[in-house]
Design a protein around this ligand. Structure first.
Ligand SMILES: Cc1cc2nc3c(=O)[nH]c(=O)nc-3n(C[C@H](O)[C@H](O)[C@H](O)COP(=O)(O)OP(=O)(O)OC[C@H]3O[C@@H](n4cnc5c(N)ncnc54)[C@H](O)[C@@H]3O)c2cc1C
Ligand code: SF4
Length: 502
């Protein structure tokens, strides 16, 4: 029986992050472990409210009150089992999820701070490793059916694990040189050290999943070849088409780059250093890219922008500005706009924001300014208002508000335009919709018979928790398509949306 009064005795507390001057000298994760005493205290704040809206907030339907109470009472092994019943990779979500479950925690109804659900989750995930490692599950007798998974991000890997555990022969094809999707070279080590991915991959391999890296499906192997070899194909290729701003004067100047070019290059350098290989951060065309000693301007307000900020400080930037088109959000939920338990529009500060830099809200770049040699020397910005008219965004610059910010390196982190246009799409008979994503039918199929889609490729650029949920659900659909015995869990359907008031 959970403690009904725990939230009255204890305030919400999180472990202190590593000190900023120390952590910006390395690439290691910014959070130290919470310690058993703190995490059991915080789990005690969950009152088992009876109708846990956190379940609906979490796309995976994680059984949050169950594992909170198991942690409260020290039942770590049972908590590990309960968490893994709904989430293949809690070590990823526990570190990186923005935690829509916490926005939906019933404590928020009475003006209390939510339970630290995400922190409890990561502590359970790490306890699994500490208490004997991520043991492979015994695999049932082979079904004789085989599945190709294209893309090794969290959607592809979750589906692969579910299908292998149901007895199907699964091969994951990845065009990159290493597995993990955006978790490998998109997200920096200070948010997710790569040993977590490697540990989980070892578990998948031991459960029978085969991996083929350096294979660009549609180019190195055709859809026809893949279909001849496998009974079903899951496309989980992500939404990696970066949005650009070609119409802004000066976009072609040296020093103005897509954020992902910078992030991927920087993360590859960290990976190489970890393996004892020398490496220089370079763009795909071989030019070096590094923020050291530079005035950096990051355009955008999301995860990608915050990751660029943390990378720029670790590379030794002289100064960083982060520009956002929208006004500064309020510190607290505006209940009239975003009533509990929906995801509120509030100011979100990532650990990278504690490390320095200046955030500038409600501005838009008017021009990237040339230093006379074809290299950017500044951005000219104007204060703006943003309105939605008939679903379209209208940005209006305030006359007389223009000014320059010095810039030697400009990073465009202004979002993604869906999955990339690539030969694989036509070969599998799938097309991009108006958002650049690939629509799925209710059984997760898209295009030709036996071709399924999941994750960012279907949803558009989203979150790890959604990618895992869609990977699990698509695996359930593939299992049914292959005539598998019984059913696999399907936490979401293709039409599922985040909790909304209307
Ligand atoms: C910089 C950044 C930071 C982020 N931070 C967070 C965060 O903190 N928390 C969070 O929840 N979410 C975050 N996200 C979003 C999250 O990473 C994605 O939602 C998630 O990775 C999507 O998973 P996926 O499996 O659908 O695709 P991806 O992770 O994008 O993986 C797709 C894979 O498919 C491969 N592929 C594509 N085409 C082919 C082909 N033809 N052949 C073979 N392989 C192919 C790609 O190389 C890639 O490895 C972040 C995203 C970015 C860009
Ligand atoms: S995966 Fe995200 S939404 Fe689900 S319980 Fe964990 S932190 Fe909350």
């Amino acid at each position: 029986m959970p403690d009904p009064n725990g939230f009255l005795r204890y305030d919400r507390r999180l472990p202190a992050r590593r000190p900023v001057p120390v952590r910006i000298m390395d690439w290691r994760e910014v959070y130290p472990p919470a310690g058993e005493e703190l995490i059991r205290e915080q789990a005690t704040r969950c009152m088992d409210c009876g109708i846990p809206f956190c379940h609906d907030g979490c796309p995976l339907g994680n059984r949050i009150p169950d594992w909170n109470d198991l942690v409260r009472t020290g039942g770590w092994d049972a908590a590990v089992e309960s968490l893994h019943a709904t989430n293949n990779f809690p070590e990823f979500t526990g570190r990186l999820c923005p935690a829509p479950c916490e926005a939906a925690c019933v404590l928020g109804l009475g003006g209390q701070q939510p339970v630290t659900i995400k922190q409890v989750e990561v502590e359970i995930a790490d306890a699994a490793v500490a208490r004997g490692g991520l043991r492979p599950q015994p695999v049932p007798a082979p079904t004789g059916r085989s599945v190709a998974v294209v893309g090794s991000g969290p959607a592809g890997l979750a589906a692969a694990q579910q299908l292998a555990r149901a007895g199907h022969a699964v091969t994951v094809y990845e065009r990159d040189d290493a597995l993990g999707g955006l978790l490998r070279y998109g997200i920096p080590d200070f948010k997710l050290e790569k040993r977590h991915i490697d540990r989980r991959l070892a578990q998948l391999a031991a459960e029978g999943v085969r991996f083929r890296t350096g294979v660009n499906v549609g180019v190195d192997v055709t859809a026809e070849e893949l279909r001849a070899e496998h009974d079903a194909v899951l496309l989980a290729c992500g939404a990696l088409q970066g949005r650009d701003t070609p119409e802004t004067p000066g976009r072609a100047l040296r020093g103005v780059h897509q954020a992902m070019a910078h992030l991927v290059a920087a993360n590859r350098v960290v990976a190489a250093a970890g393996e004892g290989r020398p490496a220089l951060a370079t763009l795909p065309d071989g030019r070096p890219i590094d923020a050291a000693g530079k005035h950096v301007v990051i355009i955008g307000g999301g995860d990608t922008a915050a990751d660029c900020l943390g990378v720029a400080h670790r590379q030794g930037a002289a100064g960083v500005h982060q520009l956002d088109l929208y006004p500064e959000p309020p510190a607290d939920r505006d209940a009239a706009r975003d009533p509990w338990p929906t995801w509120p529009w509030v100011l979100r500060s990532y650990p990278a924001h504690e490390e320095g830099g200046e955030r500038v809200f409600a501005v838009a770049v008017q021009e990237f300014v040339d230093d006379g040699t074809g290299q950017v020397r500044a951005v000219r910005i104007a204060e703006v208002t943003v309105e939605k008219v008939d679903g379209r965004r209208i940005v209006t610059a305030l006359p007389g508000s223009e000014r320059e910010i010095p810039a030697d390196l400009v990073l465009l982190a202004i979002g993604f335009e869906g999955t990339e246009e690539q030969p694989l799409l036509a070969q599998f008979g799938v097309t991009r919709n108006g958002r650049g994503a690939v629509d799925a039918r209710p059984d997760w199929q898209a295009g030709a018979d036996g071709v399924f889609v999941a994750g960012d490729m279907h949803r558009g650029a989203s979150l790890i928790v959604w990618a895992i949920a869609e990977g699990r659900a698509a695996a359930a659909a593939i299992h049914a398509y292959l005539g598998g015995v019984g059913t696999l869990p399907a936490p979401v359907d293709p039409a599922r949306q985040p909790l909304a008031a209307r």
